[in-house]
Design a protein around this ligand. Structure first.
Ligand SMILES: Cc1cc2nc3c(=O)[nH]c(=O)nc-3n(C[C@H](O)[C@H](O)[C@H](O)COP(=O)(O)OP(=O)(O)OC[C@H]3O[C@@H](n4cnc5c(N)ncnc54)[C@H](O)[C@@H]3O)c2cc1C
Length: 433
């Protein structure tokens, strides 16, 4: 057996096997979804290898807003979004940006997105999101208690999340969304300006009202969380293969995975390659309209003391999350090409609005661009591929961190033939109609 190593945390190395002959379950992608799926499958007694050319959790899973957003039951595509499209597309103050030269390539996805905004389809997606999100906190608490390390940075803070409004009118208008979520059983509180400032003194005079989601949580550091999970997985026998999967082929006793470091055979394959899953799914017989929503973050060392929980200025649609040793300002949606360089205007947008609230924040300690893997109906793809022995676990858009352990549990149930009936709404076959 050949070995190689790559750093998993500074000063530590993870031993990886380069050439296993056979895998029981091969998971392609070691982001938070692949890692959580590996955990769930090991719990079921499966032997797992994870194939990824990069370090665990190093892509979208590293730079997100670190929020367990179990309240986000509304899909992005919804009837109320359509009238706001012109200002979203053309206003310089918009949290959304379209790189127009990519419009021809993006048009099929955008048309599906608009189609998904019909009321009946939105209600349907909301029901499925409720099924997915309802157990997400318990699933995370169970996984987190199993992987808890001494590292404070991997902590899970149960302090809720706050959506605040800088204009009173917007806070009043948000009442109807609040009531709709109330009917769906989402835990939330409608706070006035004084109540908001009592929770977050830095928002005194800034927030005219807010909605608190008391059951939301945030993590001390998503990358270190993924690292902690990877280390525990290795302790429990998972093998990390540093390779890029290129395609899948049906095989007499399972599936062949062609990679840039040789071929592997697995009885079961799980595709969890986030924004890069589409070509792998195509080789498994499925054409899935996966697109990439580019998002950004800026970090400011020492500024985490400003806030005690993730806070989102609703008019600007980004999160400010106090992480270990820094404040992370994360969000915005940019449609373009995954390989385009970072757009500094998007980073400037985040800074401008954060500084309008808190004053100058100084030099950013980190800037980041990440790729959300997104389907036009805001639902992930979880379940069987067109060819046997391949299961999908990707396309979580804005909710991949939140839904990772739940996805792992559902993949394990799917492989055991025990998936809940409603999970069919997340199957790849919904795009074949
Ligand atoms: C700005 C921003 C803020 C966000 N905030 C939140 C939040 O607060 N809460 C939340 O729940 N979600 C949030 N998200 C979304 C969340 O980060 C993603 O949904 C989630 O990280 C996706 O996880 P993943 O494991 O599917 O993908 P990734 O983390 O991208 O992992 C995919 C892995 O697959 C590997 N890979 C790619 N191609 C191949 C290949 N061919 N072979 C093998 N491996 C391959 C990659 O190297 C990578 O390690 C945010 C996203 C962004 C961009």
């Amino acid at each position: 057996m050949a070995y190689s190593t790559f750093p998993i945390e500074q000063g530590q190395e993870l031993k990886v096997h380069v050439q296993p002959q056979h895998a029981d379950v091969a998971i392609i992608g070691a982001g938070i979804v692949g890692l959580s799926t590996a955990w769930a499958l090991i719990e079921e007694g499966r032997e797992v290898v994870l194939i990824d050319p990069g370090p665990p959790g190093g892509e979208a899973s590293s730079g997100n807003a670190a929020t367990l957003a179990n309240y986000a039951v509304e899909p992005l595509a919804r009837p109320s979004l359509l009238p706001t499209l012109p200002s979203l597309l053309f206003s310089p103050a918009s949290p959304f940006h379209l790189r127009w030269r990519h419009l021809p390539r993006l048009t099929p996805w955008l048309l599906r997105f608009v189609g998904a905004a019909r009321r009946s389809r939105t209600e349907h997606a909301t029901r499925t999101l409720c099924h997915l999100l309802a157990p997400s906190l318990d699933d995370w608490l169970a996984l987190h208690s199993s992987i808890q390390t001494d590292s404070e940075a991997a902590a899970l803070h149960q302090r809720g999340a706050l959506y605040f409004f800088r204009r009173t009118r917007n806070w009043q208008l948000a009442r109807s969304d609040f009531e709709a979520r109330q009917r769906l059983g989402v835990a939330q509180l409608y706070l006035n300006a004084q109540e908001t400032a009592a929770l977050e003194p830095a928002l005194d005079g800034i927030a005219q009202g807010a909605i608190l989601f008391p059951e939301a949580c945030h993590f001390g550091d998503p990358l270190r969380l993924a690292n902690g999970l990877a280390k525990q997985l290795e302790r429990r026998g998972a093998t990390f293969i540093p390779a890029r999967a290129v395609s899948l082929e049906r095989h007499a006793h399972g599936v062949s995975i062609l990679t840039d470091a040789g071929d592997w055979h697995a009885e079961q394959v799980v595709v969890a390659a986030g924004a890069w899953s589409q070509p792998l799914a195509r080789s498994a017989g499925d054409r899935i309209p996966l697109e990439v929503e580019r998002g950004y973050h800026l970090e400011f060392s020492g500024a985490e003391t400003l806030l005690s929980r993730p806070c989102c200025p609703a008019e600007n649609a980004f999160y400010m999350t106090p992480l270990e040793g820094r404040l992370r300002i994360a969000g915005t949606v940019e449609l373009g090409h995954p390989a385009d360089p970072a757009n500094h205007a998007r980073l400037a947008y985040l800074r401008r609005h954060a500084e309008a609230m808190f004053g100058p924040l100084g030099a950013a300690s980190h800037e980041w661009l990440g790729l959300r893997p997104s389907l036009p109906d805001s639902l992930p793809v979880i379940g069987p591929a067109a060819i046997p022995n391949v299961t999908y676990a990707f396309g979580h858009g804005h909710l991949g961190l939140t839904l990772a352990p739940t996805t792992g549990r559902l993949v394990a149930a799917s492989l055991a033939g025990k998936a809940p009936h409603w999970l069919r709404h997340c199957h790849a076959s919904r795009f074949a109609r």
